[in-house]
Design a protein around this ligand. Structure first.
Ligand SMILES: [Fe+2]
Length: 352
């Protein structure tokens, strides 16, 4: 619908202002006049008036049409500007179009040309407005989408962290259950966890592997639940039969934890924390690097903490003696590199 669409005429020629004004009013448009480029900029800057098409003369005192054009395009890029040129000056009209004018009309202005040009310019204006609206909607949609994704991601991370905290708390309770049964090992599992994590920080392990290591270290002795208490707390050295029962805690632990899928990655640590580097350990007699790195780390930390804690069959060893025992076990009981790292980096400090 063409009625009442706003056209701004910029022209210093009063008679042309009038002619154009009357023609536009008769054609159903609403026209306004600025007698100079400067005045047009002031009118637009007020903000209350927004033309949908601008007709601008080229030759005007002060700002010429060609000087005004870039200012209009910069501030009102969606409003089409139709230039008015002298009949003899087509080159200027083309130059104006190359500078961003929508079209040009030669003077004297023919009524039909005026209306046809304005109608096309208004259609262009409508399309540009619609495009701009869609772009804006799209931008807002993208912004919302990004915000929603960020929020959801944060929620998922928080939920995952809460779940991890709960898991760790449950596992600590489980570990303490073992310790309650074995009076000599209070705090042992958590210390093995801390030592293992400290040692692991010197290896290039992923966050996931460190998590597995921590759970495995906490739960390595969970199988002791299945071992008679009097055997766990026995002050004498175990006889062959008792030893076999005791050694079963590795396999029992693996069996208990295998019920819960979440613990599957920790099973090798639980099963193999009593294997030995030279192959003389239990339950599988694995050798060297057949034993996983995480299990080898737990072996060293478990042994160190066992040596520096009181056991039913002996008192605690002083630090230097415990470290001496670790050194003695290089390449027979333990992975020599891990022992060396444990001593060189003073890993034990995190539990002293
Ligand atoms: Fe054990």
């Amino acid at each position: 619908m063409l009625q009442h669409r706003k056209i701004l005429i910029i022209d210093d020629d009063v008679s042309l202002q009038k002619v154009l004004g009357i023609q536009l009013e008769n054609g159903g448009y609403e026209s306004s006049v600025a007698e100079s480029g400067q005045r047009a900029l002031e009118l637009l800057a007020e903000g209350s008036y927004q033309p949908e098409c601008i007709l601008s003369d080229i030759k005007m005192p002060g700002l010429s049409g060609l000087d005004l054009l870039p200012l209009l395009k910069e501030q009102y890029p969606l409003v089409p500007v139709v230039m008015l040129t002298a009949h003899t000056d087509l080159e200027t009209g083309l130059k104006a179009m190359r500078s961003g004018a929508y079209d040009y009309i030669t003077k004297p202005v023919r009524r039909q040309t005026l209306f046809e040009t304005i109608e096309r310019a208004l259609q262009y204006y409508d399309v540009e407005q619609e495009n701009n609206k869609l772009k804006e909607e799209n931008r807002r949609y993208q912004e919302n989408l990004e915000r929603n994704i960020e929020e959801r991601t944060r929620e998922v991370i928080d939920a995952y962290q809460a779940l991890k905290d709960t898991n760790l708390a449950v596992v600590k309770v489980l570990a303490e259950t073992i310790e309650a049964k074995d009076q000599y090992t209070r705090g042992h599992c958590n210390r093995v966890r801390m030592l293992s994590r400290e040692l692991a920080s010197h290896y290039n392990l992923s966050e996931q592997e460190i998590e597995v290591l921590e759970y495995g270290a906490l739960l390595h002795d969970i199988g002791k639940i299945g071992i008679p208490e009097k055997l766990l707390n026995k002050c004498d050295i175990l006889d062959k039969e008792e030893k076999a029962v005791f050694e079963d805690h590795t396999v029992i632990g693996e069996k208990i934890l295998s019920i819960i899928e979440f613990f599957n990655p920790c099973l090798t640590i639980v099963r193999h924390h009593h294997e030995r580097w030279d192959g003389s350990g239990y339950p599988d007699g694995l050798k060297g690097e057949e034993i996983s790195l995480l299990s080898r780390i737990v072996q060293v930390c478990d042994s160190f903490d066992a040596m520096t804690s009181t056991r039913p069959y002996r008192g605690e060893l002083p630090l230097d003696e415990a470290l001496g025992e670790l050194k003695k076990g290089r390449e027979s009981q333990f992975d020599a590199d891990i022992v060396d790292l444990f001593i060189a980096q003073k890993i034990y400090r995190c539990v002293l």
